[in-house]
Design a protein around this ligand. Structure first.
Ligand code: NAD
Ligand code: ZN
Ligand code: ZN
Length: 339
């Protein structure tokens, strides 16, 4: 099968012919039809994070397609089932977190396209217990980004301690952030989007953000306090791949507000103890979402309430796509058509 393979950190991926994986008892083999390109894939190929992926690696955790083979123990799917393979590739199933239905915190969690091979290939192995079916009426191309960017931002909003009518800032309106705007609107929240560039500004306003702040032109934390009368946002959702974005998101949170950390730049964020204590600020880390979150988030897509701004490209263009991503030149999400 054809696959894009990373052999060394920071080196271009190679398009190669590799053996098609064989299914184990709980696996399915998925013929990948589309795969979104997440900034996490770039972090993986650069070795940006404290926990490094093992090379060689086939990245990709927004891979969606059709089940073509089933392991001996798989009974709830069939050949032809339309599924996606999320970043939460598998978990143990019996620790405290798994029992609570919070498998994202399982200590034995396996990340797809990071610890095991992912969707930048014609076929991808998946643990049948952790794939999620794509609702009818949602195309492979439209479904792909919801398997990471969608579920991650939907979940981040769920843990943001907000209610309809509250103000949220979406700091970083890229692949994740432009979906966050839509989930926030669907939840009845008022949105301030923070990013840079005229194309991104237009997209954010078209998607229903009340305001857009260009962080290259203005200080978002100062502007926000002038724009709204609540003394800051009830919650700041930070998806920016930049420490400056996190600093600004923190500074724009109102007293009693919540900052949700989603983006994963390879930096530290020294939080001021005094301000956090006196202002009663809640800091929450949010990692992807559970299978249940994913089912819910896909339903918004199926109902047309959330739609990714997609540029369709091919697997062969992956190195170019990574270059564009590094330079912040993408508006929305790039999805590779694998057919
Ligand atoms: P992306 O490249 O599509 O978007 C990032 C955006 O941040 C860009 O539009 C960029 O212009 C913007 N940005 C950069 N500096 C900024 C600043 N100072 N203020 C505001 N915006 C700024 O990336 P993506 O695919 O949306 O991923 C974003 C981050 O989220 C990555 O670090 C990725 O690894 C991480 N991520 C986390 C989870 C999770 O579960 N927590 C899941 C998926 C991705
Ligand atoms: Zn991702
Ligand atoms: Zn577990």
């Amino acid at each position: 099968m054809r696959a894009a393979v990373a052999h060394k950190f920071k080196e271009p991926l190679k398009i190669e012919d590799v053996p098609t994986p064989e299914v184990g008892p709980h696996d399915v083999l998925v013929n990948i039809k589309a795969c979104g390109v997440c900034h996490t894939d770039l972090h993986a190929c650069h070795g940006d994070w404290p926990v490094k992926p093992t090379m060689p690696l086939i990245p990709g955790h927004e891979g969606v397609g059709v089940v073509t083979e089933l392991g001996s123990q798989v009974t709830h799917l069939k050949k032809g089932s339309r599924v996606g393979i999320p970043f939460l590739y598998s978990a143990c199933g019996y620790c405290d977190y798994c029992l609570e239905g919070n498998e994202v915190l399982c200590p034995d969690v396996v990340y797809g396209g990071y610890m095991v091979n992912g969707g930048y290939a014609d076929y991808c192995l998946a643990d049948a217990r952790y794939v999620v079916e794509i609702p009818d009426g949602l195309s492979f191309i439209d479904a792909a980004p919801l398997f990471c960017a969608g579920v991650t931002t939907y979940k981040a909003l769920k843990v943001s301690n907000t209610k309809p009518g509250d103000w949220v800032s979406i700091v970083g309106a890229g692949g994740l952030g432009h979906l966050a705007i839509q989930y926030a609107r669907a939840m009845g929240l008022n949105v301030i989007a923070v990013d840079t560039g005229a194309d991104v500004e237009k997209l954010c306003l078209d998607l229903g953000a009340e305001y857009f702040i260009d962080f290259m032109k203005e200080k978002p934390e100062e502007k926000i306090k002038k724009l709204i009368s609540t003394g800051g946002v009830h919650a700041a959702i930070c998806t920016a791949v930049s420490k400056a974005g996190f600093d600004s998101a923190y500074a724009s949170t109102r007293r009693g507000g919540t900052m949700v950390l989603v983006g994963l730049p390879p930096d530290e964020l020294p939080i001021p103890i005094f301000d956090t204590v006196l202002n009663g600020v809640t800091i929450v880390g949010s990692i992807v979402g559970t299978r249940k979150d994913l089912v819910e988030c896909l339903e918004f897509g199926a109902q047309g309430k959330v739609k990714t701004n997609i540029e369709v490209r091919s697997l062969e263009e992956i190195n170019q796509i990574f270059d564009q991503m590094e330079k912040n030149e993408i508006t929305g999400r790039i999805v590779m058509d694998m057919t």
